[in-house]
Design a protein around this ligand. Structure first.
Ligand SMILES: CC(=O)SCCNC(=O)CCNC(=O)[C@H](O)C(C)(C)COP(=O)(O)OP(=O)(O)OC[C@H]1O[C@@H](n2cnc3c(N)ncnc32)[C@H](O)[C@@H]1OP(=O)(O)O
Length: 438
């Protein structure tokens, strides 16, 4: 256990961190209470012991560190002082920064503060200490997915990728433009096979998807319906279909459930992973042939989804929502910029301001043949663009252009044409996309 902060008169909490650990002889009480506090914070039902055990087993595999803030005492009859009033988790995965380059990232999750202890600086204290630790460990970037878009900008996080929710009208089935003979076949499987397949196929997709961030161990249970937070038993409504390539190897899958209670009857995609374009189209061709459903809904769809262009009737495809997805925080500007792949050659100088002191400075980035070289310059050196840490994170994976941020008034040109020069270096052929909720 690590003590992060001791209580003071103004801030009467002890903050401590401990590794997520499943206990052989039942659930360890501190972890059980921590998990209950998280469920409370996200309005989930009170978890059963089996649920807590399963989450801890998965979280231990991810090497998660759990942090809690604890009040010195509790009122008689209220939750006792071993229940944290704030929770926070972090662990490490990689983010795909282009051309298959995987950069280690510090992932943050399970951030809650009890309503009775809110707005007293608990989140600020915990997150700033954690980011400092991540930076000291040599991590160049931190990441999270946010419940609200108003929380994390002040800590230098910016929305780096976006994703869509789509609905496809599947009444009487739908067809793709090309039948794609010889593309491989799709067949139904017992969803439990995804517990092994998900990590294997995800690793391939992760390596090939700009903006993808590593998935936590629990995914393979969630997508197969074998366990989900708050649902420790098997969800028998989950169905699965596998795509087999021409060599007979499984190269993609879709897991889904049919919501017959919705009007019209809707097939909801839980997860769809395809190692290549053929697998993606074949799985959609399969979904288009499922009878007794009139609509297919999928969340977390890439902004440059090829599906509408593949459909025989493009108007069957509707984007019903677009939301920010992956939020990034640059901890080490030189390391993060040098790790990223660049599709264009050029030179640009950024003046970064960072209230937390991690990413600030003047950086000249020179890109050649995909590789970025960064030189940190004295603060007096001229730059093309002046921007904050959050805006640097928004630009990092080309999730938005510098010219758009200039128009939004959130970055400043230090020379005319500076924003266009930044875009000419950062632009990517397809929008970055993350396939992971955490
Ligand atoms: C990665 C994830 O896990 S995302 C999930 C985030 N968690 C949730 O949404 C669960 C419900 N919400 C909560 O538990 C809490 O309200 C939290 C965790 C969002 C904030 O906790 P608090 O301890 O109240 O935050 P803290 O007091 O440290 O506030 C820090 C700053 O953020 C601001 N802030 C905090 N929450 C919000 C919010 N929801 N919207 C806008 N601003 C916010 C505060 O006003 C404060 O601003 P300041 O420093 O400029 O004065």
């Amino acid at each position: 256990m690590t003590i992060i902060a001791e209580p003071t008169e103004e801030f009467p909490y002890q903050i401590r961190s401990f590794p997520a650990k499943s206990a052989a002889d039942g659930v360890e009480p501190a972890s059980a209470k921590w998990t209950e506090a998280v469920a409370f914070g996200f309005h989930a039902g009170a978890p059963e012991d089996l649920d807590i055990e399963k989450s801890l087993t998965s979280e231990e595999k991810d090497g998660r560190i759990h942090t809690g803030a604890y009040a010195a005492s509790a009122l008689d009859g209220a939750w006792d002082a071993d229940y944290p009033v704030a929770t926070y988790a972090s662990y490490r995965k990689t983010v795909n920064v282009g051309a298959g380059k995987l950069l280690p990232a510090h992932l943050i999750s399970a951030v809650t503060v009890r309503p009775t202890h809110r707005r007293r600086g608990l989140l600020r204290t915990i997150i700033t200490a954690d980011l400092r630790r991540a930076k000291a460990d040599g991590l160049a970037i931190a990441a999270l997915t946010a419940s609200e878009a108003t929380i994390y900008g002040r800590f230098g996080f910016g929305a780096a990728t976006h994703a869509a929710t789509i609905e496809v009208d599947s009444s009487h089935g739908f067809a793709l433009k090309s039948a794609q003979p010889g593309r491989g076949i799709v067949e139904i499987a017992e969803p439990g096979v995804l517990r092994e397949l998900e990590p294997r196929i995800f690793n391939r997709v992760h390596a090939g998807t700009f903006g993808s961030i590593g998935r936590q161990d629990s995914y393979r249970y969630r997508v197969s319906g074998y366990w989900n937070y708050g649902k420790p038993g098997r969800d028998r409504t989950v169905r699965a279909a596998l795509y087999y390539g021409q060599d007979g190897k499984c190269e993609g899958y879709v897991s889904y459930r049919v919501l017959e209670t919705e009007t019209p009857a809707t097939l909801k995609v839980i997860d769809l992973l395809a190692a290549d374009h053929a697998a993606h189209l074949a799985l959609w061709q399969f979904l288009g042939s499922v009878d007794l459903v009139q609509r297919i809904r999928r969340e977390g769809v890439p902004m440059a989804d090829p599906l509408p262009w593949a459909l025989a009737d493009k108007r069957r495809y509707q984007v019903t929502e677009v939301e920010d997805h992956l939020w990034l925080r640059i901890l080490d500007t030189t390391a993060a910029l040098q790790a990223r792949h660049y599709w264009l050659d050029g030179t640009v100088t950024l003046k970064v301001m960072d209230a937390l002191g991690f990413a600030g400075g003047v950086y000249r980035l020179h890109t050649l043949d995909g590789v970025g070289t960064v030189t940190e310059l004295p603060a007096s050196e001229p730059a093309d663009l002046e921007l904050g840490a959050a805006e640097l994170a928004q630009l990092y994976l080309a999730g938005v252009s510098a010219q758009t941020l200039l128009a939004a008034g959130t970055v400043g040109e230090l020379r005319t044409g500076g924003a266009a020069a930044v875009d000419a270096v950062f632009a990517a052929p397809v929008p970055a996309h993350s396939l992971t909720d955490f």
